[in-house]
Design a protein around this ligand. Sequence first.
Ligand code: ZN
Length: 689
Amino acid sequence: MRFLKITFATLFACCAALAQTPAQTPAQTPATAPVSFDKSGMDLTSDACQDFYQYACGGWRVSHPLPADKARYGRFDELREYNRSLLRSILENASKPGKHTANERKVGAFYAACMDEKTVDAKGIEPIEPWLNKVAALDNRRQMLDLVAKMQAGGLPSVFGFGSGPDLHNSTMNIAHVDQGGLTLGDRDYYLKQDAKMVEVRGKYREHIQRLLTLAGETPERAGDDAKTILALESKIAEASMDRVSRRDPKNIDHKMTVAELGELAPEIDFPRYFKLVGSEELDSLNVGNPEFFRKLNAMLVSEPIENWKTYLRWRIVKSSAPLLSKPFVDENFEFQGKYLSGQKELEARWKRCTSMTDANLGEALGPIYVAKAFPKKAKERMDTLVAAIEKSMGNDIQSLDWMSPETKKAADVKLSRVSNKIGYPVKWKNYSTVVIKRNDFVGNVRAASVFEHKRDMAKLGKPVDKTEWQMTPPTVNAYYDQSENNINFPAGILQPPFFSTKVDEAVNYGGIGVVIGHELTHGFDDQGRKFDGDGNLANWWGPKDGPEFERRAQCVADEYSSFVAVKDDNGEVHLNGKLTLGENTADNGGLKLAFMSLTSQLGASQSGDKADEKIDGFTPAQRFFIGFAQVWCENVAPQRARELALIDPHSPGRFRVIGVVRNSPEFPKAFGCKAGDAMVPKQACHVW
Ligand SMILES: [Zn+2]
C-alpha cells in the first residue's frame, strides 16, 4: 500500500508477514513475553559441536510447531506477537468512547474502521470503483500515463516507482529517484525462470488473476483472457528489470541525469508532465535507478495496445486493494499469496491484521503510546552503554587486522567515528493532524494515510536530509543501518527479550542485542557498505591492495553460504544465494565477533558480578553468549516460505545464520571443546572482519 520509498538501508531481519487482510477468527489469548535464555528450548541430547542449531534450538522447535496463521514462526515472531498484543490493548481502549488524546482518537478510529468487517463487507468493491472507472475511460497513451501519475500520488503505484531519497554523491540532500517497478509477484524470476516450480507458480498466478477479476465484476471468460494479457505484460516488465543481486551494488543504480536525458531514454513519457501530476516540484535532474528499464518500457508503451495497459492497470488496482476489501477479495488474495505461495494455512485473525495495519499506516501516532508503555528510560541508558562498548570493539578490531594497510585503517576509523546511533524512537514525531480518519471508511483511511506519506515525500525534494527520521516504527522487531546516513537504528520493539533484558547476565545480552548492534555496525563495512564513506557518500577510501584483499575474504563467505541448502522438497533442492546474502552474512559474522570482544573485555575488567569462569545453569559466560545468540534464531518454516525467502530475502534462514557464524568463530570451539573434524569446525573458516 505504500509508495516507493527510496532508502539505502540494510535491515537486521527480513519481511514480517506479507500485507494480508480480513477474515474472522476468534481472538486468541494475549501472547506472553518471551524469555531471554531458555534452557528448556535446547536439545541437550544433541552434540553442540555437530549441530549447534539443534543443540540450542531443538527443544524450542518441538515445543513451538508452526501456528496455522504463520508461514514462518521464530523467536522474532514470538516477540512480534507479544508487541502486537500490547498494541491491541492500546487500540481497543483508544477505539472505545472516553477521554483520549488526538493521537489516540486517530489510531482508535483507524482500528475501529478496520475491525468493522460488516461495513467493509457491505461496501464490497465500491471503495475502488472510482479508480476502475478512470481506467475504463482511458482512450490513449497520454491519458494512461496521466493516470499512472495520479495513481502514484493516490497510493497505487504501477509501472514504475518515483520518490525522494538521498543523493548518492551528496548524502545531505534529497533528490528525486525514478526506478523500475510494476511487478506483482515478488521477483523477476517468478516470471522468467523455466523450472517446473516457476512454471507451476505462473499457472496458479493466472488462475488467481482470473478469480480476483471475476470477483471484481468481469465474466470468467473475459477475466481468463485478461489473466493471459497481464501475465504476458508483467513478464515483459520482468525482462526489463534488473535482478536483485545486481541491485545490491550501488554503482548499478547510480545514474544521475537531467530530465531531458531521461526523456531521451523514454520519449513516450512526458516526464515534466508526470512530475507535475504526481505533485513534485519542477526538477532539473534526478537519479534513474535503471536506465535500461525505461528504454524498454518506452518500447512497450509503443508496442502494447492501450487495451492491454488498461487491463494491467485495472489488475494493479484490484490486486493491491484486495487485502482491504470485502471477505471474498481477502480470502482469494490469501489463498494465493498466503496459502499457495507461502504455505500459511490460515489467515491471521482480523485484530492482528488491523493492529499491524494501524502500525503501518499511522505508526508515529501509535508509537508514542507504545513507547510510554513498553520502553523504560533504564533500557535506553543500558543500550547506550552497550552500543558504546561494541563501537569500541570495532575500533580495536580494525586496528588488529593483518591484511589492511595503515592508511585504510585510518580511513575506516574515520568512518566508524562518524556513525551515529538512534535508539528506541524518534526525537520528533510526525504530525498527522491533516489526515482525516473516518470510522466507516477503512479503505479511505488507508488511502488518506498513503496520500499523507506521499505528500511528505514530495515535500522533501531538493531539501536537506533529516537524519532524525526513522524508517521503522517503534514497535518493530528489527533494526537497520542506513548507508547514506551512516547511522544504526534500533526501534524499541527489538529492545526486549529474547534480545535484551535488564534481568539476565551480560553474556546473554551480548549474544542477543550485542550481536544485533555489531551486525548493524558491520553493515557500514560489508561488501556494499564499504563503498560509502563516513558522510554516507559513494567514495572509495580503500587502498589499492586493500580492496582486493577484502573481496577475496568476502568471496570465501559467499561460497560458504552458497553451499547451504535452504529447502529440499518434492520440487528439488534450493541453495542459498551466497551473493544475495553476502552483506547480511558478513554483518552476522562481524557482529558476533564484535559482541564477543566486548563481552570478553567486560568480563576481564569486571571487579564484581560476572566472571569468565562463573557458571549459570551449568554454562560458562562464553557458552551462554553463544546459546543466547543462537536462540534468537530458533524458528520453524513452511517449505513454501523457505523457497520464497531463498529467492527474495538477502538474509539467510535462522539455521544458517547460526551455523554459518559459529563455524567461522575461533571462540566457538574453545567455548564448547569442539575439535578439528567436528561439523562445526570447518577446515577453512572465513573471516572478513
Ligand atoms: Zn542486516
